[in-house]
Unconditional design. Structure first.
Length: 418
């Protein structure tokens, strides 16, 4: 059984809102007075929840609050959450960039961090000199670094510029070199914070493969923060979801991704209800849902269900119900229609399903029409519903930033043998 290499107990981080500093003179004197008497900092008892969308109710905010978890040796742990949830703060504390307000961290080995593009790189030094500098910071001696330098340079793909000052590197080149140093100098724990999104598709593929190799063959541990659910689902078996500075979920990655998607869910855009339907026929309700729950947020592999409630009148029995899916560029992706001539008078409910892994990750709008073709428009709802499909591991996620269309189709590929 793998040993625990990282243990975090009751970790919290408090920040003061407003101007940078410890606070007013009154606050400083109050802290000093409590400290002299051996009492707790009085301002640890106050502080707002870390919800950036609300108005501040205190001069202090808990960026992290009561964080507890353990990581086993050789584990790749994903850490996900919305912007401002506390992910980067947690990694900066683990990397000793900043200190916690309360709590303890026990680390059973050497830790290397890749938190931001160019972190730890001296712009005036060459790439080669920065390799030795970063290696020394990680506790490696010159002989150890020299034995790995050829592999580091080759992996980074910066051979031509390795003796050029880093200030002349592009952001992608800096992140390539920084990741190569952190990965090849064999830390026991590698901390990676979203920086892989800067590299191109080829480097992202190499980096993901290297992290898998680090864990499976070297028994080293990786902590990975990313908004790319494709990378998270491919690399991590276990994942932590942070919400407003606290752990909302800790468990299997597929369940963690579902939790993450539900956090971003905006149910108000996922349902339309007509409060005053016309008696001679009308659309009563339109909604998108998954697993019987109304939602506006889907993963790439999720089945998207749309429910229509319509009021049928005998005069409209030869009508059609149709919908269009439209993207952010106002392009119609596809249209589908359903004949209503076999339905009964009164209210009817119809459900249509959009296949899994069909629409590429993006934001979409739904326009619905209840009509008699070329005769009468009974009800038209334009852009009545909006929903998002998140990247949760499509076959194209490695081409992040490139346009590969609006839909993916599982075509019938076969080898022509003659």
């Amino acid at each position: 059984m793998s040993k625990t290499i990282l243990k975090i107990d009751n970790l919290s981080k408090q920040y003061r809102l407003g101007n940078v500093g410890t606070g007013s003179l009154v606050h400083d004197l109050n802290r000093a007075w409590h400290s002299l008497r051996g009492k707790e900092d009085p301002y640890l008892q106050v502080g707002a929840v870390n919800d950036r969308s609300t108005t501040a109710s205190s001069d202090y905010v808990w960026a992290l609050k009561d964080i507890n978890f353990e990581v086993k040796q050789g584990e790749i742990l994903g850490i996900i959450g919305k912007n401002g949830a506390g992910k980067s703060t947690l990694l900066k504390i683990l990397s000793r960039v900043t200190s916690p307000t309360t709590g303890s961290i026990k680390v059973g080995g050497r830790m290397a961090s890749l938190l931001e593009v160019g972190t730890g790189m001296h712009p005036e030094l060459t790439g080669r000199e920065n390799i030795f500098l970063n290696g020394a910071i990680l506790g490696m001696n010159k002989a150890e670094i020299s034995s790995k330098i050829d592999e580091i340079v080759e992996f980074s793909g910066c051979q031509m510029y390795i003796d050029t000052p880093v200030k002349r590197y592009s952001s992608g080149m800096r992140v390539r070199l920084g990741f190569a140093v952190a990965a090849f100098l064999e830390p026991d724990i590698l901390v990676v914070d979203e920086v892989l999104a800067v590299g191109d598709a080829e480097f992202q593929k190499k980096a993901i493969g290297k992290m898998q190799d680090i864990s499976s063959t070297s028994g080293r541990t990786v902590l990975l923060v990313s908004h790319n659910m494709g990378s998270i689902s491919q690399l991590c078996e276990r994942c932590i979801v942070l919400v407003n500075g606290s752990i909302s979920f800790d468990g299997k990655t597929n369940l963690a991704i579902d939790k993450y998607l539900s956090i971003n869910d905006n149910k108000s855009t996922a349902q339309f209800i007509n409060q005053n339907p016309k008696e001679n026929g009308d659309l009563i309700e339109v909604s998108t849902f998954k697993n019987r729950e109304i939602t506006s947020n889907f993963g790439y592999h999720d089945l998207i269900s749309i429910k229509f409630s319509i009021l049928i009148n005998e005069k409209n029995l030869n009508s059609l119900l149709g919908f269009r899916i439209i993207n952010l560029q106002e392009q119609v992706i596809f249209t589908s229609e359903y004949k209503l001539d076999h339905l009964k008078n009164g209210k009817n409910t119809i459900i249509v399903e959009i296949p899994r892994s069909f629409l590429v990750p993006n934001t979409y709008f739904l326009t619905v029409a209840y009509h008699i073709p070329n005769v009468k428009m009974i009800s038209l709802l334009e852009n009545v519903i909006s929903f998002d499909i998140e990247e949760t591991g499509s076959e194209f996620y490695k081409y992040q930033g490139r346009d590969f269309g609006c839909v993916t189709i599982n075509c019938n590929w076969k080898l022509d043998v003659k």
